[in-house]
Structure formats: structure tokens, C-alpha cells
Design a protein around this ligand. Structure first.
Ligand code: NAP
Ligand code: ZN
Length: 350
């Protein structure tokens, strides 16, 4: 057992505070990681604030983890001390069911084990990446390729794979018109990755405030959804729409932007159910779909793709004592485009 300095949420309403947590001893298949950076995903905020109604406090959030291997178990073959590695949203799954065997561990029939706010198969509570170290089974550890900084790589472990997986599944590429709703953490990676895949990318943001950035990130077009005329103008105009918005939207208006056989993929996980008007789907034989992160093999593929294309997240590095402020800024859509915690500022914070 080792201890780690961390930041945790103790209730839905109190700010996150410093804490000291325990990490399990390194087992034969385990990798111990000194965490250097941890991204702040909007899911951390939904969880810390109890918006999904299933938070087991206290919880150390953080599932965008990047660092260096400090110890490996006797049966570890994939990693060695000193390797640059990452951990995303899952730290375990049964490994034997069909989805697991197909590399879709996120759909494990027994349920995958979340990096935080879950109970591991050893019966212990999992605690996430806002901490100085973590111990993870080698099957759920990713290699961070040379050429991508650990700080800009951290957000790829959730935001990156969450957008990469549906972009691949629904064939984003040359000749495909792809719209991204929301230019936040997920959204900005979706723009970069979809553009790198060769799609024609449009950003649908609430305002034009971030237009220059959107175009720099790879979008060809940028519209403000606060202008109702935009929905008329873009009607039937997209093959694929990726919705990264953390709040409820008027889904009928966005579905009306899909061309024949187009698909709107929901990635956001708002607190309240989403209403989908039937006629918006019937028209143009549209699909309304969802997607959740991606499997481990595809996560490695995404990291390699990002390295090949020179992609990392655009980040704002913060010390631990700015976590609560960062949460408020994310909720206010005031993030460009991912807050990343420098975990060196956690050590000794408790
Ligand atoms: P984020 O950084 O806060 O980005 C969300 C963006 O949505 C904002 O930057 C904003 O962009 C837009 N937005 C926010 N409130 C809005 C509103 N009321 N109306 C219209 N647009 C609004 O969040 P994130 O970390 O990217 O996460 C986004 C959502 O995806 C969260 O619900 C999160 O839990 C979920 N998520 C899902 C998965 C999955 O596997 N499916 C994985 C990770 C996260 P503009 O300013 O450009 O409008
Ligand atoms: Zn996330």
C-alpha cells in the first residue's frame, strides 16, 4: 500500500478539497504510475456535483491521466519503468465476455470498472487521477507516443477517444460533411480529429466568440446557434452531427440539419432526459445515436493517430488550488479548451 496526495469531492455542494488516499500494492499484472497531469472532463463535474445521482462520496475525479511508470508487477510485459503512459475512463473489465474479447471493454457485459466512483472487482472503491499516483492493470494502460507532450496527451484519454470512436464508426472522412455541436473539451478534439480524417467540418457553437479558434483547429465553417436563421440555412446539410453539449438542447432543431440517412451522435450526458421529436427522425430517415468512450485497442489507435497528425489538446495548465474555479469556468463554457491539473502542485497540498 502506498499513499498519494489527491483532491476530492465530499458532497454535491462543497468544493473539492485536498486529501491523502491509499493505492493498492502493485500486483503481478499491475503498473504503478506517477501521474504528471490530469485533465478536467465535464463528466468529473457532473459526478462531483451529483448530477447523475450516483456519486459515492468522497470521490477523487479524473479519468484523463498521463504520467510515467514507476513500478511494474512480475507478470507485466507491456510496460517498463520510465515509460510514458496514460489511463482513461476504465481500469478493469471481465476480459472474457464477447465485447471484451472484441476489444470493446466499454460494453463489458459485467460492466467495466470506472477509474473513479466505482467498486473494483477486489471490492475496493476506485479513485481517479486528481492524485499523484495510481496502480492500474496493464490491460488498461496506454502508451503515449513520443512527440505528444504528456500535458496535451492527458485529455486524449477521454475527450480524444470519445470523439475519435464515433467519427471512425460513422465514417468521417473525405466527402463527408460533419458538424460538431459545442466547442469545449470534446468539441475541440472532434474538430481536430475530424479534420485530420479529411471530413469537411462545421462548428455549431452558441456564439461566434471562439470562431477564430474553431477555424484554426481545422473547421471550414463556423456558425452561432444563437441566431435562429442558421437552422434554416443549414437545413438537411450534414451527414454526421456530433453533439458534445453537456446541457439539454432543442434536439428537433439539430436533427433538422441532417441530410438523408444522416446520423446525430449524442456524446453529452446531461442531467435530464433528452426529448426527440418523432418527425425530426422520420424526415430524411435520420438516426439519433449515442456513443461512450471507446475500447482500449481503439484508444491506442487514437493516440497513435494523434501523434501521426501532430494533434494534442489545447490546454490551460492549472495548479490544484484552481480546480474549483476551473469547474465553474467549464460550466460557464469558459474553457479553451481543456483544463489540465499539474499534479506536482498536489504533493504536500493535504
Ligand atoms: P465542456 O468542455 O464543458 O464542453 C461542452 C460545450 O458545450 C461548451 O464548451 C459549450 O460550447 C457547449 N454548451 C455548454 N452549455 C450549453 C448550452 N446550455 N447550450 C448550448 N451549448 C452549450 O464539456 P466536455 O468535457 O467536452 O463534455 C461534454 C459532455 O460530454 C458532458 O456532458 C460530459 O459528461 C460528456 N462526456 C461524454 C462522454 C462519452 O463517453 N459519451 C465522454 C466524456 C464526456 P460552445 O461555447 O461552443 O457553445
Ligand atoms: Zn471524460
Amino acid at each position: 500500500m502506498t499513499t498519494a496526495s489527491a483532491y476530492w469531492a465530499t458532497s454535491a455542494t462543497d468544493p473539492l478539497v485536498p486529501a491523502t488516499i491509499e493505492r493498492r500494492p502493485v500486483g503481478p499484472n499491475d503498473v504503478q504510475i506517477a501521474i504528471a497531469y490530469a485533465g478536467i472532463c465535464h463528466s468529473d463535474i457532473h459526478t462531483a456535483r451529483g448530477e447523475w445521482g450516483r456519486t459515492n462520496y468522497p470521490v477523487v475525479p479524473g479519468h484523463e491521466i498521463a504520467g510515467t511508470v514507476t513500478e511494474v508487477g512480475s507478470a507485466v510485459t507491456k510496460f517498463a519503468v520510465g515509460d510514458r503512459v496514460g489511463v482513461g475512463c476504465m481500469v478493469d473489465s471481465c476480459g472474457g465476455c464477447e465485447p471484451c474479447r472484441m476489444g470493446e471493454e466499454q460494453f463489458c457485459v459485467q460492466g467495466n470498472t470506472g477509474t473513479y466512483n466505482a467498486i473494483g472487482r477486489d471490492g475496493e472503491k476506485t479513485q481517479g487521477g486528481y492524485s499523484t499516483s495510481i496502480v492500474v492493470d496493464q490491460r488498461f494502460v496506454l502508451s503515449i507516443p513520443e512527440g505528444v507532450g504528456l500535458d496535451e496527451a492527458a485529455p486524449l484519454l477521454c475527450a480524444g477517444i470519445t470523439v475519435y470512436s464515433p467519427l471512425r464508426h460513422w465514417n468521417a472522412g473525405p466527402g463527408r460533411r460533419v458538424a460538431i455541436i459545442g466547442l469545449g473539451g470534446l468539441g475541440h478534439m472532434a474538430v481536430k480529429i475530424a479534420a485530420a480524417m479529411g471530413a469537411e467540418v462545421t462548428v455549431l457553437s452558441q456564439s461566434l466568440k471562439k470562431m477564430e479558434d474553431g477555424l484554426r483547429l481545422g473547421a471550414s465553417h463556423y456558425y452561432a446557434t444563437e441566431d435562429p436563421a442558421v437552422f434554416k440555412r443549414l437545413r438537411n446539410g450534414f451527414d454526421l452531427i456530433i453533439n458534445t453539449v453537456s446541457a439539454n438542447l432543442d434536439m428537433g432543431r439539430y436533427l433538422s440539419l441532417l441530410a438523408i440517412d444522416g446520423t446525430l451522435v449524442e456524446l453529452g450526458a446531461p442531467e435530464h432526459p433528452i426529448e426527440v421529436p418523432a418527425f425530426a427522425l422520420l424526415t430524411n430517415r435520420r438516426s439519433f445515436a449515442g456513443s461512450i468512450i471507446g475500447g482500449i485497442a481503439q484508444t491506442q489507435e487514437m493516440l497513435d493517430f494523434c501523434a501521426q497528425h501532430g494533434l494534442g489538446a489545447d490546454i490551460e495548465l492549472i495548479p490544484a488550488d484552481k480546480i474549483n474555479e476551473a469547474y465553474d469556468r467549464v460550466v460557464a463554457s469558459d474553457v479553451r479548451y481543456r483544463f489540465v491539473i499539474d499534479t506536482a502542485t498536489l504533493a504536500g497540498a493535504s
